[in-house]
Design a protein around this ligand. Structure first.
Ligand code: F6P
Length: 549
């Protein structure tokens, strides 16, 4: 990346007010874009047409067009794992699947899709029942990271589409408290379990799966009379999604209930695959297919629109501008929709696990920073929490506001207020309030000179915080599919320009290795590879657990 070009461009922007950019009369119109399901207003970003043009040049110099083609064609762009990155093909029409994957693999994908479709239909129609012959009332999906976030975010985003006779729950954390909380709500006789793990080796998922299996088996044996064959309950009620079929089988899952995954689908991009099973059980096959269709529409837009009119590309360039030119280290994701409450967590993984790197694809140390720290929560809650800092600290936090024009609840007045708050916050973050404005307000409200001087600095807001506002008509499977695909592509484009491999995640390995070592030390094994700090923490845990036992 030509970092010098970017930083030299930024000199002017650093001292410029965003409000002044609105002297350009048609800015709101010129700095906005539409796709079939989304509208992006980026006019509140601190950027002008010339600067944006230069960023497009940088994208061209980075070979973005070629990289997009390579990704969609299935080149092994995940070079450290020698894998293609083809989640997009899973939401594409049959002919594209055949062209990109070849007849044989496309056939396997279609067979897996059909298997999933049939499971969903059979559960919904009561053909697939529990061991005791009852209809399923609950689904418990066990997975973590990419085998969890995509399902979680879409389950809540599409809660209005859910089949109310079947409650779908997800569990990720290895904390036994989280598991207990879930199991309390479930009836083992009528719960379908799906273990989602691409590798089927992930510690947290396997431990949770073992605990749930134990719970189900022990409940079944207590009730003996109702459930004739305790082991058969696992065979009948358990499903797995994995690329490690053998491991899923040795866990005890019926081979016919194992849905395949492929190594060319990265965990954090896997919602579109069989990983989507719990979601499809919740919203039905038709809605699941609409979700994929919405994502596919974004793929088509991404592949065909010129960069200046390309929503993922523009969002990626603005992110690079904020991160590398204006040097803002964070990104706030603020969905003004309770149904999108899981979006910040989902994007933390997709963005930070993909681009949180510091060497190039070739392994050279980068001389620029990459992914921002992503955080956020649903509006308006954030306004009464961390947004104080966004308004008044010296840190500038670029923000993505996300809002639906139509609400889903009967409380239309609430929805109007929600949307008003969303629009007002982006305005407040941009405009701020100067000392002079505050003083005038205080004088006008009858404050004495002394009070004005004392209070004015505390009421001043820095403003000049850039933001995007992403607007959708309402939360539907299509809009959610498009929204998730938009961010996937944005992250990909940034990875290309930052020159990182966005599709590996070696950083999480050290924690896994040390986790195993700490666990061994807790069980009395060697601990001399660990620091004195960790050794003393382990000793404290051991002493305490002796007391507890
Ligand atoms: O967090 C690391 C990670 O490897 C993610 O990339 C992945 O989505 C998650 O763990 C779960 O992995 P698996 O699906 O193999 O259980």
């Amino acid at each position: 990346m030509n970092i010098k070009k970017i930083t030299s461009l930024a000199q002017n922007a650093k001292s410029r007010s965003i409000v002044s950019l609105f002297d350009h009369k048609d800015r709101a119109n010129d700095f906005s874009l539409s796709t079939p399901y989304l509208y992006l207003d980026y006019s509140k970003q601190n950027i002008n047409e010339v600067e944006l043009g230069k960023l497009v040049e940088i994208a061209n110099e980075a070979g973005l067009s070629e990289s997009i083609t390579n990704q969609f064609n299935g080149d092994k762009i995940n070079n450290t794992e020698e894998r293609s990155v083809l989640h997009t093909v899973l939401r594409a029409p049959k002919e594209i699947k055949k062209r990109v994957l070849g007849e044989k693999l496309a056939g396997e994908v279609e067979a897996a899709e059909l298997q999933m479709l049939n499971i969903v239909n059979d559960v919904q129609n009561g053909i697939l029942t529990s061991q005791s012959g009852q209809r399923f009332t609950d689904v418990l999906a066990i997975g973590i990271g990419g085998s969890y976030y995509g399902v979680k975010v879409s389950l809540s985003a599409l809660e209005h589409y859910r089949d109310l006779s079947l409650a779908v729950h997800v569990i990720a954390n290895v904390d036994g408290g989280a598991l207990e909380e879930k199991l309390k709500k479930l009836n083992p006789d009528t719960t379908l379990v799906v273990v989602i793990s691409k590798t089927f080796t992930t510690q947290e998922t396997l431990l949770n799966a073992k605990a749930v299996k134990q719970w189900m088996l022990s409940c079944a044996s207590v009730k003996g009379s109702q459930v004739h064959n305790t082991a058969a309950i696992i065979e009948k009620q358990w499903f797995a999604v994995s690329s490690n079929i053998e491991a899923a089988k040795s866990f005890g899952i019926n081979e016919k209930h194992i849905l395949p995954m492929w190594d060319w689908v990265g965990g954090r991009f896997s919602l579109w695959s069989t990983v989507g099973l719990p979601l499809a059980l919740a919203i039905g096959n038709e809605n699941f297919s609409k979700l994929k269709q919405g994502a596919h529409e974004m793929d088509v837009h991404f592949k065909s629109a010129d960069f200046k009119n390309n929503m993922p590309v523009i969002m990626a360039l603005l992110g690079i501008w904020n991160r590398n030119a204006l040097e803002y280290p964070t990104l706030a994701i603020l969905p003004y929709a309770h149904s999108l409450r899981a979006l910040p967590g989902y994007l933390q993984q997709t963005d930070m696990e993909s681009n949180g790197k510091s060497v190039s694809r070739e392994g050279d140390k980068l001389t620029w920073l990459t992914a921002p720290v992503v955080f956020g929560q649903e509006g308006t809650n954030g306004q009464h929490a961390f947004m104080q800092l966004m308004h008044q600290s010296d840190d500038i936090i670029p923000t993505d506001f996300i809002v639906a024009l139509k609400g889903r609840s009967q409380y239309t007045e609430n929805h109007k207020v929600l949307v008003a708050n969303c629009f007002a916050q982006s305005e407040a973050l941009m405009q701020g309030k100067t000392l002079a404005q505050v003083k005038t307000e205080l004088f006008d409200s009858g404050c004495s000179l002394e009070e004005v001087e004392r209070l004015a600095p505390h009421k001043t807001m820095k403003g000049n915080t850039p933001s995007n506002t992403l607007v959708m008509e309402s939360l539907t499977p299509e809009t959610i599919g498009s929204l998730l695909a938009l961010y996937e592509h944005k992250i990909f484009v940034q990875g290309v320009i930052w020159q990182v491999n966005s599709f590996d995640q070696w950083g999480v390995e050290l924690g896994k290795q040390l986790g195993a070592r700490v666990l061994a030390a807790m069980d009395g094994g060697e601990n001399d590879m660990l620091s004195a700090s960790s050794q003393s923490l382990i000793a404290r845990f051991k002493a305490d657990s002796t007391v507890r036992n």
